[in-house]
Write a new protein. Sequence first.
Length: 91
Amino acid sequence: MAKAALATGEDRSPQKSTTPNQVTAYWTRTVDFLKDVRGEMRKVVTPSRAEVQSTTTVVIITVFVFAAFFYVIDSVLGSALKWLLHWLGGQ
């Protein structure tokens, strides 16, 4: 599609009137685009149930690991800030 648009060298500036050649070119570009879409959709592969389950498990485990990591970091930084403010306050 992109090659076809570059090869024609058409000016895409808005014009007041539409000529039959423009309509034909538009129709041709649309048909080419839809053919490209159909070709790409044929390449799409639906994952199996086992693949979906394994990737879902990886995502869930990763979320919990990151949650634990950020909890620890937040606790450490919170304690350090609390200590610093207490130390600066002199109380």
